[in-house]
Design a protein around this ligand. Structure first.
Ligand code: ZN
Length: 344
């Protein structure tokens, strides 16, 4: 079985909402896309685990994606206090999973190989939307201390740091302004700590602003506009910039980001995964493309209902004529090399 290291999941958010003990649910399995039994079955050896604050009383309704065109308005900004409560709860779950030996968090470059090669799932702690951080970077050091090594300044929602892209189809990511001065300072603070900066959910302008601050351009869970022309996906220029900066782009399995029609229908959505990967490899380069599932945070295609089904995605790459070396790079080796050259 081909090992897979994944660029983005929302398992910590899902576990923060379960009845009962989240550690037991993760260890023993249940509904949801990522847990220990499903990871074992599908070859998932680890990934980026996101901390995310939902907008109170405004859950994202996936029915809005049923038929394109759509242009879902950005939700209002969250206050720092509103964002901090769910983040703290998810950090506590992450620490409990590590204490129970179910996850092994990577905090520095020399921990990457041992974590990738261990039986325990490897994890990079990621913040998706930096609302819980103050405009002067307050709170960043506490999160770094807790293990945070990757940060996306925005989800699809405005923050003090940048503007998120709306879920819009058809559209590229050129939907609004980029980084604010506070955002540029936050990117430099991440750069100084040798953290990953994630541009998924950012506007095209914000993406290039991040590049100007001298960090590798990374979109942990975004696809190719050339195949599915939605604002959450990347243009060919952006894909080239990812490769030129030494960054990474991770294939998102969400049906509406895979499908050329931008819709949510799970049937046939997986058939387009390889077209995205081939396009991303062509423009970003074969060392700069990985996987970024969005497990536990998005509607999955038929045939890839959870981490247990990852061999189906690998089989599609084989059928498309991807060689074993390229498949290994996309599935885990590129994320491994990227983390080794990025973290301190
Ligand atoms: Zn996301």
């Amino acid at each position: 079985m081909t090992p897979v290291f994944d660029g983005h999941n929302d398992a910590l958010l899902r576990l923060s909402k379960v009845q009962g003990d989240p550690v037991a649910v993760f260890r023993d399995g249940g509904p949801g896309h990522v847990d220990v039994p499903k990871a074992r079955k599908g070859g998932l050896i680890g990934g980026f685990f996101a901390l995310y604050s939902p907008t109170p009383n405004l859950p994202l309704d996936f029915k809005l994606f049923d038929t394109a065109p759509y242009d879902i308005p950005l939700p209002p900004a969250l206050s720092r206090d509103e964002a901090a409560v769910p983040v703290a709860a998810q950090v506590a779950i992450a620490q409990a999973l590590e204490n129970e030996g179910l996850l092994r968090f990577i905090r520095q470059a020399d921990e990457v190989d041992p974590a990738f090669d261990a039986d325990t799932m490897a994890a990079v702690l990621h913040l998706e939307g930096a609302e819980c951080i103050g405009p002067e970077g307050e709170g960043l050091d506490e999160l770094f201390e807790a293990g945070l090594r990757s940060l996306g300044p925005v989800w699809s929602r405005p923050t003090a740091f940048a503007h998120g892209v709306p879920f819009r189809f058809p559209s590229d990511g050129d939907t609004g302004p980029g980084l604010t001065p506070e955002g540029r300072a936050l990117i430099r603070a991440c750069r100084d700590r040798q953290m990953v900066v994630d541009c998924s959910h950012m506007t095209l302008k914000g993406f290039h602003d991040v590049g100007e601050e001298g960090v590798a351009l990374v979109a942990t869970h975004s696809n190719a506009c050339a195949v599915s022309n939605g604002a959450r996906n990347l243009t060919d220029d952006q894909l080239r910039a990812v490769g030129q900066s030494g960054g990474m782009v991770g294939l998102n399995y969400a049906t509406m980001f895979l499908r050329p029609d931008g819709g949510r229908d799970p049937h046939g959505a997986l058939d387009h995964a390889v077209a995205h990967l081939a396009h991303m490899v062509e423009h970003a380069g074969e060392d700069h493309v990985g996987l970024g599932s969005d497990f536990d945070g998005a509607p999955m295609p038929a045939g890839l209902d959870s981490a247990a089904d990852l061999p189906n995605l690998v089989a599609l790459m084989e059928q498309a004529g991807f060689g074993q070396a390229l498949i290994s790079r996309i599935c885990a080796d590129n994320w491994r090399a990227f983390l080794k050259r990025t973290l301190a």
